[in-house]
Design a protein around this ligand. Structure first.
Ligand code: SF4
Ligand code: SF4
Length: 209
């Protein structure tokens, strides 16, 4: 498009009054919001600050935290190494090495010999979960990602499977394809409100093997 194109729509900056040019209305508006929250918290309103770690934050049901690799009813990794999650990942932080499924795994041709997610590169967008055709990868309510080295936050297959073991009771598989042997939610998850999230913490996970 050229600068003289008639379809070009030019936007002029709004003209500010003398008072607006002092920014006092905006400053006072911001202070009013701050004051409203202070008074609300002081007089029984909803406080948005929790005294972590003494007080544990309970994320909402649609919170996207640390990943897990789900297991099927036989305890095997559900993943069939189709690579769709790695392809969908905008941060390129999923690395999968697929291999021929072990003998007796008649429901699939491949399985992930290696499955690694770099939690430091992840932007927790949830695209991997959306892309997975067999609900093998999910994001959990674990949010306290801490470590003393970068390596600790690169989760391999065993660590991702241990997240499943740690969270499966509080957070049954969300969609489709649930393993019948796993406990199912007694009440539907409320996407807006606090849900039955895991009280486990990522710091309890075993070190990378
Ligand atoms: S949540 Fe998003 S950025 Fe993180 S691994 Fe999944 S697709 Fe990649
Ligand atoms: S986790 Fe799902 S999308 Fe990713 S490779 Fe495994 S089966 Fe495919």
């Amino acid at each position: 498009m050229k600068p003289d194109d008639p379809n070009l729509k030019r936007l002029e900056p709004p003209k500010l009054t003398v008072l607006e040019q002092t920014y006092l209305p905006q400053i006072l508006g911001g202070l009013a919001v701050t004051g409203r929250h202070i008074l609300g918290a002081a007089f029984g309103g909803t406080a948005v600050t929790v005294q972590y770690p003494e007080e544990q934050h309970v994320p909402t049901a649609n919170y996207r935290g640390v990943h897990r690799l789900n297991k099927d009813e036989q305890g095997r990794v559900k993943c069939v190494a189709c690579m769709l999650c790695a392809t969908a990942c905008p941060a390129h932080c999923i690395d999968i090495v697929g291999a021929t499924a072990p003998e007796g795994w008649d429901d699939r041709e491949k399985y992930p010999e290696s499955f690694v997610i770099d939690e430091l590169r992840c932007i927790f967008c949830g695209m991997c979960e959306e892309a997975c055709p067999v609900d093998a990868i999910e994001l959990t309510g674990l949010y306290d990602l801490t470590g003393l080295s970068r390596e600790e936050l690169i989760y391999d297959k065993s660590k991702l499977l241990s997240v499943f073991d740690m969270t499966k009771d509080a957070e049954p598989m969300k969609t489709g394809n649930p393993s019948p042997s796993l406990p199912q939610p007694t009440t539907p998850l409320d996407p807006e409100g606090p849900g039955p999230r895991s009280t486990a913490t990522a710091a309890q996970l075993p070190s990378r093997s």
